[in-house]
Design a protein around this ligand. Structure first.
Ligand code: FAD
Length: 221
């Protein structure tokens, strides 16, 4: 079923990522980590559906999406950046394999943080963040989104990696088996993984090498 929603807020959270807040259809349900197909409710764009993850909580009165803009694609995200308060979007039902299955390790790259924003936000509200760890990779410091929230939620359990900027207080390079091993990485807990396809592929191979059972690696198929 398709739902029409209205933009209530559109703002940049960094140089190339926007946060969209919209109203919420009555009885609309999702679990933190899930996504939906979203399109712009204008002429031919209605059919151009792209998946985006909810960064709000199921109990919130509004929906929120956090969307990285790719002007070079000449695609939907470029159009999303141009939208205004009052413009309409279309969404389908919620779907997705990423959901919280217990304390573990979160590994994200770039906009791949979005499912974990919803999950960590909910754990924070419930006081259940406990010993969850997050490894979050970006190219540059300016690419990191929701850094203040992540620091407040996770403290010493937040590990930031940059592959382009070589700065103090950041790990420089890529997240790999050696880096995880040097951070008390536990192979018997769930690993939540979301990032660009190449990153997911490389890290999945590293996780298998480290001895993480495949059924403990939670990611979109
Ligand atoms: C389950 C799921 C959840 C997601 N959640 C989020 C989220 O919460 N936030 C978020 O920001 N993203 C999320 N994404 C990714 C998001 O769906 C894509 O970034 C988005 O679809 C890009 O749409 P687009 O129309 O701008 O570009 P695309 O549909 O990727 O591309 C349009 C055209 O651009 C060209 N193109 C594609 N790639 C390149 C390239 N690398 N260089 C040059 N040209 C290219 C191709 O011709 C393509 O047809 C999610 C993806 C999945 C699968």
């Amino acid at each position: 079923m398709q739902h029409k929603i209205t933009i209530l807020l559109l703002e940049h959270v960094n140089h190339n990522v926007v946060r969209l807040r919209t109203d919420k259809p009555t009885n609309y349900r999702f679990t933190p980590g899930q996504a939906t197909e979203l399109s712009i409710d204008k002429n031919h764009l209605k059919e151009e559906k792209r998946p985006f993850t909810f960064t709000s909580l199921p109990e919130d009165d509004t929906l929120e999406f956090t969307i990285k803009i790719y002007p070079s694609h000449n695609g939907v995200t470029e159009q999303i950046e141009q939208l205004k308060v009052g413009d309409k979007l279309l969404i389908g039902e919620a779907w997705g394999a990423i959901n919280y299955q217990g304390e573990g390790t979160f590994i994200a790259g770039g906009a791949g943080i979005t499912p974990f924003i919803a999950i960590l936000k909910q754990l924070n509200v419930k006081g259940n963040l406990n010993n969850n760890q997050l490894f979050y990779a970006n190219k540059q410091e300016k690419d990191i989104i929701y850094k203040n929230n992540l620091e407040a939620w996770l403290g010493d359990h937040l590990h930031l990696t940059l592959s382009k900027d070589n700065l103090e207080n950041y790990h420089y390079g890529h997240i790999d088996a050696d880096y995880l091993r040097s951070h008390n990485f536990e192979t018997s807990r769930p690993v939540y993984l979301c990032g660009p396809p190449a990153m997911e592929k490389a890290i999945t191979a590293d996780l298998i090498k480290l001895g993480v059972p495949e059924q403990l690696i939670i990611k979109e198929a």
